[in-house]
Design a protein around this ligand. Structure first.
Ligand code: GLU
Length: 492
């Protein structure tokens, strides 16, 4: 048997370090067994998926040295490797399941579903909706079918009993079937859900081992059942521990930069980031901290993964990056890496329109554009002295921006302008006044290039990191304040 693993990211935002971590372990597992590693784009969520996000995921994985044998850009014998191009395959498989009685068309309206959930809650019953709960009287089902009502396709699930799952790291996992609902497989627009598309593709693409984040454990019973329904052998499952913040909470962009773009822009070396991700829950047999991707592949053993919540610690990563810079780069290597990082034509061209109209001599360029080449600016509380806002309002404004930016689907100047406008209306402030503290937080000074353009160029994680830093130098947000802010923010 040839081992085949895959990473199956959804292109719905910035390329996440968690995606790179899972990709790395899949790659190492495949290589260690002389197998193949596949990249598949799971873009069935047509509203949130974007081509830009897909491109960023491919670029950033490549930057880290993660190469795939088959994928949307390199092709392969099992394509297409983008789920949005495989609609017919899923529809055909859903049809097969309906024919074999393992799936059914569900004509329930959303109001009826809400009612069903409410009444089950009131009766103290589990909330999972079962086929029996959803069934309509035969004549009503026929009527809705004949009249062509919108419907979804759902899978049959056992009413009770225990589902037993085998996991390569966790051994036997037991899940009560009562908690598992009659999962939707095809949505009313005919698009598949993650569960159907994922199972069908893993099978058709010959995937033998699924290494993925532990947040998918709850999906495993449904997947196992689908494999049974289709009469297919299921790949081995391995649920990897989730990355955590130093306070052990789940790594999230609310607290830490999670985009690979951020680390790239901060000037981390890809080999250091990859090495650090390889340390997440795993260690070399001799416990050394610094190792290359080739060394990791050569010594890889999935059983050495420990389940105790690996902490993604910026300080540790920075320390490791320093080792790489000092030990691995001679003058020439340093220069080359520095040029690849930001001192290159492409990046300088990007910031050129901001700089050219504003200087009279070249010696003004570095002071004016330094913020395009730095991390968080050296600011203090007094940097904001000229801003005509009380401390609480100032912090609130910056915090609201961070929250709005966190959920912004597209990162470009127009979208940013929309957010700033919305907030200036809310705070009843002129745009100029609202942007004054933002300017200081982003550029570190009160006179520089346009702050809107700077944010657009710097990217989401770097922008939010600078805004969060400004909040911190202004004394941070107390628990009480956070409560007040959140209440007001919800009403926005
Ligand atoms: N599309 C899923 C994700 O975004 C894939 C999960 C899996 O590996 O099964 O992570």
């Amino acid at each position: 048997m040839t081992v085949r693993t895959r990473i199956a990211p959804s292109p719905t935002g910035d390329p996440h370090v968690g995606t790179a971590y899972i990709a790395l372990f899949n790659l190492c597992f495949a290589r260690q067994h002389g197998g193949q590693f596949i990249l598949r784009i799971e873009d069935t969520d047509r509203v949130r998926s974007t081509a830009e996000s897909e491109q960023m995921i491919l670029d950033s994985l490549r930057w880290l040295g993660v190469e795939w044998d088959e994928g949307p850009d390199v092709g392969g014998p099992h394509g297409p490797y983008r789920q949005s191009e495989r609609g017919d395959i899923y529809a055909e498989h859903a049809r097969q399941l309906i024919e074999s009685g393992h799936a059914f068309k569900c004509y329930r309206t959303s109001e009826e579903l809400d009612e069903l959930r409410e009444s089950r809650k009131a009766a103290g019953m589990h909330l999972a909706l079962k086929p029996a709960d959803l069934a309509l009287p035969a004549d009503e089902q026929a009527r809705r079918e004949n009249e062509g009502w919108p419907h979804v396709v759902r899978m049959q699930v056992p009413a009770n009993g225990t589902c037993v799952i085998q996991d390569m790291l966790r051994g036997t996992i037991e899940v009560d079937w009562a908690q598992v609902d009659a999962q939707i497989l095809l949505k009313s627009d005919g698009m598949p859900t993650y569960h159907l598309a994922n199972v069908v593709d893993d099978h058709l693409m010959g995937i033998t081992h699924v290494l993925r984040g532990e947040e998918w454990i709850n999906s495993a019973p449904k997947h196992q059942l689908l494999y049974e329904y289709f009469g297919w052998e299921m790949p081995e499952l391995c649920h990897m521990p989730l990355l955590r913040n130093p306070d052990k909470s789940k790594l999230s962009k609310r607290k830490n930069p999670t985009s690979i773009n951020y680390y790239r822009r901060m000037g981390y070396l890809p080999q250091a980031v990859t090495n650090y991700l390889g340390r997440m829950g795993w260690s070399m047999p001799d416990e050394r901290e610094k190792f290359s991707l080739d060394e990791m592949m050569a010594h890889f053993d999935i059983q050495r993964v420990s389940l105790g919540g690996p902490v993604f610690d910026l300080e540790k990563l920075t320390w490791l990056n320093g080792l790489y810079i000092r030990e691995d780069l001679d003058d020439e290597g340093f220069l080359k890496a520095l040029m690849e990082w930001a001192f290159n034509e492409q990046y300088v061209k990007e910031i050129l329109p901001q700089v050219r109209p504003r200087v009279e001599t070249f010696s003004e360029v570095a002071p004016l554009a330094g913020h395009f080449f730095s991390g968080v600016p050296a600011i203090s509380e007094t940097s904001f002295d000229a801003v005509k806002l009380g401390r609480e309002d100032l912090v609130k404004l910056l915090q609201f921006l961070v929250w709005r930016f966190e959920v912004l689907p597209a990162w470009n100047k127009e979208a940013l302008l929309g957010e700033v406008k919305a907030l200036s209306a809310h705070f009843e402030m002129k745009m100029k006044d609202l942007l004054a503290p933002v300017f200081i937080a982003i550029t570190g000074s009160s006179a520089s290039t346009s702050v809107m353009d700077a944010m657009a160029i710097l990217g989401s994680d770097m922008t939010r990191a600078r805004l969060r830093h400004a909040i911190a130098v202004l004394g941070g947000v107390s628990k009480k304040q956070a409560k007040r802010f959140e209440k007001e923010y919800r009403e926005l």
